[in-house]
Ligand binder design. Sequence first.
Ligand SMILES: Cc1cc2nc3c(=O)[nH]c(=O)nc-3n(C[C@H](O)[C@H](O)[C@H](O)COP(=O)(O)OP(=O)(O)OC[C@H]3O[C@@H](n4cnc5c(N)ncnc54)[C@H](O)[C@@H]3O)c2cc1C
Length: 116
Amino acid sequence: MSRFPSFRDARTVATGSTIDAEICIIGGGAAGIALARALAGTGRRIALLETGGLNYEADVHALGTIENVGRPYHTEGCRLRYLGGTTNHWAATACRCSRAISNIARGSRTAAGRST
Ligand SMILES: Cc1cc2nc3c(=O)[nH]c(=O)nc-3n(C[C@H](O)[C@H](O)[C@H](O)COP(=O)(O)OP(=O)(O)OC[C@H]3O[C@@H](n4cnc5c(N)ncnc54)[C@H](O)[C@@H]3O)c2cc1C
């Protein structure tokens, strides 16, 4: 199985089709893509389902409209709904990960770096 992903626009998939995967990740933002990359090459069949396309589309973005009932916060345009998710408007800040997170990202089974 290829380590490299293939992209398919679900709008071109026939209604009623089945996507056959062992692991299904919902959301192609920072978390979903990081998880898919960590699992790539494990031999698992992974499907990453992203609600948006490769670029911003107003009608898809509108699906994320929420009513804020808590503290005032700018909700409009904050989260982004296409591949890459909210990272698409990052302010170019990338914090150094803790050792535990780095171990997980490198594929160690535990945050402490032990293989189980
Ligand atoms: C303005 C702004 C600037 C930021 N700048 C930085 C920065 O410089 N550095 C930094 O480290 N962090 C930054 N952050 C925070 C960072 O972007 C988020 O913490 C991070 O993107 C969250 O990742 P996530 O995967 O949880 O969510 P997201 O990145 O929001 O991804 C969620 C994904 O899920 C998809 N989705 C939603 N619903 C569905 C559904 N039903 N089915 C399928 N897919 C779905 C969305 O389209 C989206 O692609 C910033 C945040 C904002 C708002």
